[in-house]
Design a protein around this ligand. Sequence first.
Ligand code: UD1
Length: 346
Amino acid sequence: MTGGCGFIGSHTVVELQQQGYTVVIADNLSNSLASVVDNIEKISGQRPVFEQVDLSSRQACLQFFNIHSDADAVIHFAAAKAVGESVRIPLHYYRNNIDSLLNVLEGMEKSDCRTLVFSSSCTVYGQPKKLPVTEKTPRLAANCPYGNTKQIAEDILTDLVHAYRVKAAAKEAVGKPWKILALRYFNPIGAHPSGLIGELPNGVPGNLMPFITQTAAGIREKLMVFGNDYNTPDGTPIRDYIHVCDLAAAHVCALKHMEKGDFEGMDFFNIGTGCGYSVLDVIKSFERSTGCKLNYEITTRREGDIEQIWANAEKAEKILGWKASRTLDEMTRSAWKWQQNLQGKI
Ligand code: UD1
């Protein structure tokens, strides 16, 4: 698992271990801490193998794959993901997110491990005309370099599978078939119910949930709500927030689907709840589920924000047997428990 010390990665390690998988983590700790490995062990009772590797270095990545050439599958989370930062330092985003994907694919090819779950994002849909989005909803031009790296990555994977099929049809020696699932995540929030792992933003959080918990904790003075003049019921933007533990479980279902044997090639899945909530809904849920009053103020829109998006996640239910089950209140409550744990309050 690449990026296994990060927010989604760490929850997925726990979920995999609890389902009997052995996990090896490669992470460069650029946006995470090595102590996450200790906390994973506290939850699952198993210590994952951890190697600090910068996967955007071809040599380091190939060496990692060489050592772990017995891997059955790869889950590739490792990537930079801040929309605003990607606008300011696009080359870093392209180099980091694309080079690391290419290196991981080369490492997989060399060790004949051809089963991959790739972290994609609902960002590939831009602002869709029709809601909810299905996997057939056309992708729109990305509105930032981060989003563009996800679209490019999906295209690279599609081309790779196509190349395999062409070679297989020509009866060239091609090794095992590629099996690739791109999971298009909606907005993951919340934390493990133990409070031991969660989202650890670097500096001032760009995302809504950590900004809310840090404001309630007194680290930030006030949450700025970016616009209430959107064409939505309360005027604030709508997203499909999903509990990170539900999202983690989707990865296990994705692996099991590919293990079954009859699947090969590439497929795409929306991983969301199918429900849209506004920014004010999230604030109200936080206040309700934690009993904390939140200091917030409405300000102007944030550049690049879309108005509304939520998933049709029926394909994941039908084919992967996966469905999100946790409520918005469970998401906001668990995020608060994690924040309190970070501050040594529990
Ligand atoms: C974006 C990306 C998503 C990416 C995620 C990771 C798009 C469409 N989405 O999600 O693909 O995975 O970032 O970083 O590119 N908000 C406030 N105040 C704040 C922070 C946020 O009002 O201080 C509002 C935003 O305007 C938005 C909502 O909260 O309406 C969610 O924002 P955020 O958590 O940043 O996620 P997205 O922008 O939806």
